[in-house]
Design a protein around this ligand. Structure first.
Ligand SMILES: [Zn+2]
Length: 321
């Protein structure tokens, strides 16, 4: 009997689900919308329905499912499988994801923070297969980090490790979702890129379409800023990317000095900028890092991109069984 693992990437807009084989390859992948109504109380029942329908249609028996792994953007207690404060899912209270799903599906369920899940995915089948110790920094709407130390996921004392997105890098800077000001997330995530562009637009006399659009209060995405910098030789956009790379290079140097990992890896939506961004982060990393630590740590881009959540969630199960 072919064995499968279910990987679930539980995001604020969509729930991505994948049937993954024991080599870590996605055999089937689909998604359903995240219904956040009624304080997100429909989310878990929706996942159960989606899975049961798929199993029935593909004639997959429960016995062939080794387990279900779920990555959630929120504070996760890995041991108990409780999720606290997943605000983008509208989960305001403690939700017992593990026991609720286990009861309904009759297979082992493992729940983990989305950044940790992505790091596991990179370790299993992504760009960090050979790295014993690395930190994956996810640059999305926010900034999260997952770390593998000596081959194992490092969760910290209470599962809150990797919150580098909330390091204060600009005192009295833009307001963060956490209530503080000037967190790394406010100047280097997808929203952060736009914040930096707005700040710099006030200070520069450079001619730039991006700058003009911002001054006219048009909505500009981080992707447009990166494209203008890379392909349209927009000097203002280049300045914005450079500033972001400076913040990320500085953060990378701090991590390298503290942990001496094999690599620091950038994933998430913003990292789609690829080599163009990586080179600049690396430049600033070299500038800030403690020289004896410099060569050991490589600056890389993630290999899994969009599928990191599904593959990583499946890796969570593989790690356990
Ligand atoms: Zn913050």
């Amino acid at each position: 009997m072919t064995k499968y693992i279910v990987g679930v990437d539980l995001g604020g807009t969509r729930i991505k689900i994948g049937l993954v084989n024991t080599n870590g390859d996605i055999v089937q992948e689909w998604s359903i919308p995240t219904n956040k109504e009624k304080e997100g109380s429909m989310i878990l029942p929706d996942i159960v329905t989606a899975l049961n329908k798929k199993f029935e249609r593909k004639e997959i028996v429960k016995k062939s499912i080794l387990g279900i792994g779920i990555g959630v953007a929120g504070n996760v207690d890995y041991k108990t499988g409780y999720v606290r404060g997943a605000y983008n899912l509208n989960w305001k209270h403690k939700i017992s994801v593990k026991s609720e799903l286990q009861e309904k599906m009759g297979v082992p369920v493992f729940v983990e923070n989305d950044s940790n899940v992505a790091a596991l995915g990179e370790h299993l089948v992504g760009n960090c297969k050979l790295d014993d110790s690395f930190v994956l920094i996810t640059l999305g709407t926010g900034i999260g980090a997952g770390m593998v130390i000596n081959g194992n996921l490092y969760r910290g004392a209470t599962g809150c490790s990797g919150e580098i997105g909330h390091d204060t890098v600009v005192p009295n800077g833009p307001l963060c979702t956490c209530g503080k000001r000037g967190c790394l997330e406010t100047v280097a995530s997808a929203t952060g890129v736009v914040n930096v562009a707005k700040m710099l637009a006030e200070q520069t006399s450079q001619v730039s379409q991006i700058k003009d659009s911002l001054k006219e209060h048009k909505n500009i995405s981080s992707k447009e800023i990166f494209e203008a910098a890379e392909f349209q030789h927009d000097e203002f956009a280049k300045e914005v990317v450079d500033k972001i790379a400076d913040y990320l290079g500085h953060a990378s140097a701090d991590i390298a000095n503290m942990l001496n990992p094999n690599s620091i890896v950038f994933g998430g939506g913003v990292s789609a900028a690829g080599e163009f961004l990586r080179r600049r982060i690396e430049h600033y990393y070299h500038y800030y890092v403690f020289k004896p630590n410099e060569e050991a740590t490589k600056i890389k881009m993630a290999g899994l991109q969009n599928n990191a959540g599904i593959v990583g969630a499946a890796a969570l199960v593989m790690d356990e069984i």
